[in-house]
Ligand binder design. Structure first.
Ligand code: NAD
Length: 455
């Protein structure tokens, strides 16, 4: 099938590459010429395991094109995926300017029946805006042209995006019940058939419910995290081990083990903004979403938990102190720094006078950009932040090691070398990577999230 992807970011690039991998003819459009240049010179602008391999393969086979040419892109695809960003507006609602700009482009240039697929995460009712925007543009051109707008939210996880796209748990397709909607639904069924060989994972529904499903999923996942973080803090107070509690409750199939890890708070490009956007949708309809208000407040507080533990141990003034930080990306296997808890922690350390040596296996370039922005008004603090190329290079002279992202490479370090390199054997672990009893035996002072049971 001939497919166009509008927006070649995390979601658009993975969607385009995976649809090309199974044999479709895919045209990826982006307004950012630097991104397209990187792709056309054989690079990949984001870190995502397995992505480069499938891009290289499809490009070599002539099935994957990257371009900034709007007219050519709209002429190309019978199916036009909109996969542009939907960042938060001032009030927390999703900013639809990019989505509607893409819709306008499509309406301005389309000739012939097109299926427009909202892949971006968009609030309930957005498909109607997209439809209206395209109709307006067609009207301006004096054209009557049938088209259909489908909602097909994306559930991939950064860091495992290719795998998730290739082996989805479910494919949600929201389509209209009119004739064009039926046609769109059949096309989408055909497009996704290769992902359904083992069993049909497609959930067909109306457009508004499909739009809602994406927010409901992210809100539920964020809720689980904030719930466990709140209980972890209580576990610290009462002297219980949140990991034992997690296993204890996870064994109930109604609860399950997944997504119950206490930590330094959730970040990334999705949970924070999607929770806020759903709260804002509630407000628009006169409904206060009290659970999600609490989820967000708990998460904001959780991003402060490590700094609170550190100042409790070393005092509020950290002048002259030095810290090693392992992990900058908001989660492992990605270079995404959007709303990463490391940003809150490191800024708080620097602003209290500390120096920081930070390491991340892939996010250092992205982190440089993020901290340049965060600390633009405080050059003195910025000057005390250094990035190192090796996780052990962060340690010498540090008063403690702080772990913020659970990269695999941090799970089994050489503890003897660690102890020798640090000023003192102190670890603040925002991801609970090690066993407290083992750390105690090794002679470490080990601070966790909810595991301060005395062993
Ligand atoms: P991103 O910022 O990485 O990519 C968006 C891309 O769209 C950018 O490259 C930008 O230059 C491009 N763009 C903007 N306007 C354009 C236009 N008019 N024409 C062509 N290109 C344009 O964003 P992302 O992380 O891929 O997210 C995209 C959407 O998918 C968001 O709504 C997000 O919530 C949703 N989503 C993201 C993830 C994730 O893990 N990142 C997962 C599921 C859903």
């Amino acid at each position: 099938m001939k497919i166009t992807i509008v927006g070649t970011g995390y979601v658009g690039l993975v969607t385009g590459a995976c649809l090309a991998e199974i044999g479709n003819d895919v045209f990826c459009l982006d307004v950012d010429p630097r991104k397209i240049d990187v792709l056309n010179s054989g690079g990949v602008p984001i870190h995502e395991p397995g992505l480069k391999e499938i891009i290289d393969r499809s490009r070599a086979a002539g099935r994957l094109t990257f371009s900034t040419d709007v007219v050519a892109s709209i002429a190309h695809g019978d199916v036009q995926f909109i996969a542009v960003g939907t960042p938060p507006s001032e009030d927390g609602s999703a900013d639809l300017n990019y989505v509607l700009a893409a819709a306008r482009d499509i309406g301005r240039h389309m000739n012939g029946f097109k299926i427009i697929v909202d892949k971006s995460t968009v609030p309930v009712g957005t498909a109607q805006h997209v439809r209206d925007t395209i109709s307006q543009e067609l009207g301006r051109r004096g054209m009557r042209q049938e088209f259909s707008v489908v909602s097909n939210p994306e559930f991939l996880k950064e860091g495992a995006a290719v795998d998730d796209f290739m082996r989805p748990d479910r494919i949600v397709i929201g389509s209209d019940s009119d004739e064009a909607g039926q046609r769109a639904r059949d096309m989408m069924k055909r497009l996704y058939a290769p992902f359904n060989r083992n069993h049909d994972r497609t959930l067909h529904m109306d457009v508004r419910s499909a739009e809602f499903t994406k927010y409901a999923a992210n809100a539920m996942l964020a809720t689980r995290i904030s719930f466990m973080n709140e209980l972890a803090n209580l576990a610290d107070s009462v002297g219980a081990d949140i990991e034992a509690v997690r296993r204890g409750i996870g064994s109930d199939p109604r609860i399950g083990y997944d997504f119950l890890y206490a930590g330094a708070g959730y970040g990334g490009s999705c949970f924070p903004k999607d929770v806020r956007a759903l709260i804002q949708t509630g407000a628009e309809y006169g409904r206060t979403l009290r659970i999600l208000d609490a989820v967000e407040a708990v998460n904001d507080a959780q991003k402060q938990v490590l700094i609170e533990k550190i100042t409790h141990r070393f005092g509020e003034d950290l002048t002259g102190r030095s810290f090693a930080v392992w992990g900058l990306a908001f989660k492992p296997n990605t270079d995404d720094m959007r709303e990463a808890p490391s940003r809150t922690l490191i800024a708080a350390l620097l602003q209290r006078g500390a120096s920081v040596k930070a390491y991340d296996p892939v996010a250092i370039d992205a982190a440089r950009g993020a901290f340049a922005l965060d600390l633009k008004d405080d050059p003195a603090a910025h000057s005390r932040l250094a990035f190192v190329k090796n996780q052990h290079d962060a340690l010498p002279g540090a008063d403690a090691l702080l772990i913020v992202t659970e990269w695999k490479a941090f799970k089994s370090p050489d503890f003897t070398a660690l102890k020798v390199a640090l000023n003192a054997p102190i670890v603040f672990d925002g991801r609970n990577l090690y066993e407290p009893a083992v750390m105690a035996d090794l002679g470490f002072e080990y601070h966790t999230i909810g595991r301060s049971l005395q062993h």
